[in-house]
Write a protein that binds this ligand. Structure first.
Ligand code: GAR
Length: 189
């Protein structure tokens, strides 16, 4: 049995999609969903889906080994950032080399780095009149959005697309590719 721990900060639609993908797979379990945001919609989803979920604050994450100790007790084969917006601290990176993956809603290295998350990314893509955007799934290292790329997928944009429409196109790519990539990486662990 392979164990995944998910981190999420927001709506959690990727969490729900990942849960749905692995629901019938007895070889993979989602041990817990960890979030930095007490009122995030992801907690409602976890309740509905019967997923374990925990909330932590800044001090637990950056000022102590609290989150690291929780992870150690869960003993995950893979840690998946599914819409998680805080930078991962060094104690987690060094404890889980090549075992943390992230999804970014753009074609890195474009539109990455601090402040580039969620709708900010899609607004920047719109403002630059990009003809295409996409997703990047990558390993997480000590530099924001710079770890080795595992998979990218693209989608064409129309000049009339609003940032919301771009977000929808990108979410569609995320739902299609992220669970499959998680499965592939898990099989290699
Ligand atoms: C996703 O589009 C994900 O790529 C993005 O947050 C969204 C979360 O959506 N992640 C980042 O921007 C990380 N820098 P969700 O909560 O509905 O899954």
């Amino acid at each position: 049995m392979k164990r995944i721990v998910l981190f999420a900060s927001g709506s959690g639609s990727n969490v729900e999609n990942i849960e749905h993908y692995f629901r019938e797979n007895p070889e993979v379990s989602i041990s817990c969903v960890l979030s930095n945001k007490r009122d995030a919609k992801v907690f409602e989803r976890c309740n509905r889906l019967n997923l374990n979920a925990l909330c932590f604050n800044k001090h637990s994450f950056y000022g102590s080994d609290c989150v690291l100790n929780i992870l150690k007790s869960l003993n995950p084969d893979l840690i998946v950032l599914a819409g998680f917006l805080w930078k991962i601290p060094d104690n987690l990176i060094s404890s889980y080399p090549n075992k943390i993956i992230n999804i970014h809603p753009a074609l890195l290295p474009k539109y990455g780095g601090k402040g580039m998350y969620g709708m900010h990314v899609h607004e920047a893509v719109k403002n630059n009149n990009e003809a295409e955007t996409g997703i990047t799934i990558h390993f997480v290292n000590e530099n924001y959005d710079e770890g080795a790329i595992i998979k990218q997928a693209k989608v064409d944009l129309n000049p009339i697309d609003t940032p919301e429409m771009i977000a929808e196109k990108v979410h569609h790519l995320e739902y299609e590719h992220f669970p499959k990539v998680i499965e592939q990486v898990l099989m290699g662990t």
